[in-house]
Design a protein. Structure first.
Length: 236
């Protein structure tokens, strides 16, 4: 009887072990399937796509992505900015069934900016070799910083600048500076005819601005508008 009782107890224990093992396996399979279904898209990737589509930044870094809520199998239909987008940002992911999850992340963004290679004095005329491009974090880029070198080549500085700083638009004479005594062509329009004459500027001015000049043939003073750095359209 004792032997039969012990055998029965052993069988019962084996059955319990088998049942527990099967339950563990089934639970693991269920969890794996559930995880697999939820992991068909990545919140970080969706967030990166949203930021790239909506902000004109050259480079985006996303870290420490945290999801509040259950991740659905399908991608969100809409993403709304709740806080940010830079720094500790918060977004709402909205799905087709109107479910919403909150996604938090640290977001950094970078863009190109034009920098000075060395110190320059006021009125220095900028050349390509005076500048270089670098990526800078968006939050550190001054407002109105120049992003393309070609926009300021040949233009003069309004003030002195030091080396290795972002070039800002208000540092630059955005129209070409023309010095006093510059030889120019005077365009004189009269009765439907245009006459050209040689002249010289009598003051500093900028392209697109009025300037006083002298007609070298008549020695008379004239006034007109600098239509480019070499030409004055005379006002009659």
């Amino acid at each position: 009887m004792k032997i039969e009782y012990r055998a029965k107890n052993t069988d019962d224990r084996l059955q319990r072990v088998v049942l527990i093992s099967m339950a563990c396996v089934l639970t693991s399979v269920f969890l794996c399937l559930s995880y697999s279904k939820a992991a068909t898209w990545d919140p970080g990737d969706e967030l990166r796509s949203y930021l790239s589509d909506n902000y004109p930044w050259e480079e985006i870094e996303i870290s420490n992505v945290q999801v509040v809520g259950k991740i659905a199998a399908d991608r969100p239909e809409r993403i709304l900015l709740e806080k940010g987008p830079l720094g500790k940002a918060v977004f709402s992911f909205i799905f087709a069934n109107n479910d919403v999850i909150v996604v938090k992340a640290n977001v950094r963004a970078f863009d190109w900016v034009v920098m000075s290679k060395r110190p320059f004095q006021k009125r220095h005329v900028i050349e390509d070799e005076d500048l270089y491009l670098t990526k800078m974090e968006i939050g550190k880029i001054p407002k109105n910083s120049v992003k393309e070198q070609v926009k300021i080549l040949g233009k003069s500085l309004k003030r002195s600048v030091i080396a290795n700083i972002p070039i800002e638009e208000d540092m630059i004479e955005m129209s070409q500076l023309v010095e006093r005594g510059k030889s120019v062509v005077l365009l004189i329009e009269h009765n439907g005819m245009t006459v050209k004459a040689s002249g010289k500027t009598r003051e500093k001015s900028h392209v697109g601005m009025p300037v006083n000049a002298i007609n070298l043939s008549s020695k008379k003073g004239v006034r007109g508008v600098l239509i480019d750095e070499n030409t004055v359209k005379v006002e009659l």
